[in-house]
Design a protein around this ligand. Structure first.
Ligand code: COA
Length: 211
């Protein structure tokens, strides 16, 4: 089922703003490729990565258990989430691809975009074979630079207070701890959730080239 703009408005996205982000964002060692139009080839690559990394990812990401086939990846993620949110301008997901290759390392997205508050939230994951190399730090900085340039003033990263790798990404990228939401997210059980924020102007300097 494709979500329409009306569906998204009913879900509470009252102010659809048609924010635009580039479909390709270059970081130093990786490229962020926008998942605007679903492709089965990309679904296969993403599913292979999720499946190979399932044991680690499912500790922190509740959706991982719901993706059990390439068809799930294609329909539920690429079509129903990525395409619908991209076309409404309220969520932008990217595959992180190692430069000079077709190797998908993981995903990053910016979602929960509120034009009234000029805010959005970044989420991310890497496959097992891409952890520990600094790719996510690069990807976060590249995406946030574009999001600030597009008009946002505040970007949030939320993570389980026990998710140390994710916490380190937020800290290394210069995000500041704003609050702890006690029992703030459901993932099998209620998790205490740390809320990290970066305001426009506090963004680090990173050269981004657009194509
Ligand atoms: C969260 C997650 C993306 C972080 O991955 P990560 O590899 O630790 O983060 P980065 O890509 O920024 O890499 C940083 C690590 O690479 C190391 N590194 C190696 N080469 C580097 C380089 N050239 N530049 C920067 N860091 C480098 C850093 O020292 C650091 O390792 P350390 O934490 O052991 O010191 C990953 O753990 C993950 O997919 N987790 C599951 C999903 C998840 O929790 N998502 C977040 C939900 S809120």
């Amino acid at each position: 089922m494709n979500l329409t703009l009306e569906d998204l408005r009913r879900e509470g996205h009252a102010t659809i703003i048609h924010m635009r982000l580039p479909e390709k964002i270059e970081a130093d060692r990786c490229t962020l490729r926008g998942l605007r139009e679903p492709s089965f080839d990309m679904a296969e690559k993403l599913y292979a990565k999720v499946n190979a990394s399932r044991d680690r990812l499912c500790k922190w990401l509740p959706w991982v258990d719901t993706i059990r086939s390439v068809e799930d990846e294609y329909t539920r993620y690429l079509v129903e989430w990525c395409r619908a949110h991209w076309s409404a301008g309220i969520g932008f997901a990217y595959a992180i691809v190692l430069k000079g290759t077709e190797q998908v390392l993981g995903c990053i997205d910016i979602f929960n975009i509120s034009w009234e508050d000029k805010s959005g939230e970044i989420g991310y994951w890497l496959g097992d074979d891409a952890v520990g190399c600094g790719y996510m730090q690069e990807a976060v900085q590249a995406l946030e630079a574009e999001a600030f340039a597009a008009g946002l003033h505040r970007i949030v990263i939320k993570n389980d207070v026990n998710n140390l790798r994710s916490i380190h990404v937020a800290k290394r990228c210069g995000y500041v701890l704003e609050q702890i939401l006690h029992k703030g997210a459901w993932n099998g059980y209620l998790r205490d959730t740390a809320v990290w924020i970066k305001a426009k102007g506090a963004a680090g300097r990173l050269r981004i080239s657009r194509r």
